[in-house]
Design a protein around this ligand. Structure first.
Ligand SMILES: [Zn+2]
Length: 181
């Protein structure tokens, strides 16, 4: 049995609990941009329910043109107002050298990719750059509620990265003022 076969088997059980009647606009009016890392599970980390958020994922959780495209649709057409960026400790992109990886791809493909790998060495820097890219985008409607975090893959806890922190410095621990639900 392939992994996809197993997913199909699991889906038959999961569909029995699938809620119907939800609309396409996220109930929390929130879009989360997150790395695709398999240890960073948004549904577990934030105890998500169906219909609550837009979840945009790619390698690194970086703000590519396609993420801007999705955020533009999320905000202008589907009513989200806040953006949460979640990068994480031990990210694969932090282990890649931009030039070496592009050279490897170009040897493999026969030509260099048109896109940037966007490797980074410190997730604090990549979170700050991601916040700036969203805030500077002319296509994003709400830029006043963009916050960035680093998810610790060992503890499952978030550390907030403030936009004005010193580059490569440590962010502040997250202190939640909201009641748990
Ligand atoms: Zn990652």
């Amino acid at each position: 049995m392939t992994a996809i076969d197993e997913m199909l088997r699991r889906n038959k059980t999961a569909a029995m609990y699938h809620p119907s009647g939800l609309g396409p606009s996220p109930l929390k009016h929130l879009a989360v941009v997150m790395c695709m890392d398999c240890r960073v599970d948004a549904h577990v980390a934030f105890r998500l329910n169906p219909g609550e958020i837009h979840l945009l994922r790619n390698a690194g959780g970086i703000i590519s043109d396609d993420v801007i495209r999705s955020l533009a649709i999320s905000q202008h057409a589907l009513g989200t107002r806040e953006v949460m960026i979640v990068h994480h400790t031990d990210c694969g992109l932090a282990k890649l050298n931009e030039d070496e990886f592009r050279a490897l791809l170009s040897r493999f493909a026969g030509y260099r990719p048109t896109w940037s790998v966007q490797a980074f060495s410190d997730p604090h820097d990549s979170v700050r750059e991601s916040m700036r890219r969203i805030q500077d985008s002319p296509f994003v409607y709400h830029t006043d509620a963009v916050r960035g975090f680093i998810f610790d893959v060992e503890t499952g806890l978030l550390e907030e990265v403030l936009a004005d922190d010193e580059p490569t410095g440590q962010g502040k621990p997250v202190e939640s003022t909201a009641d748990a639900d």
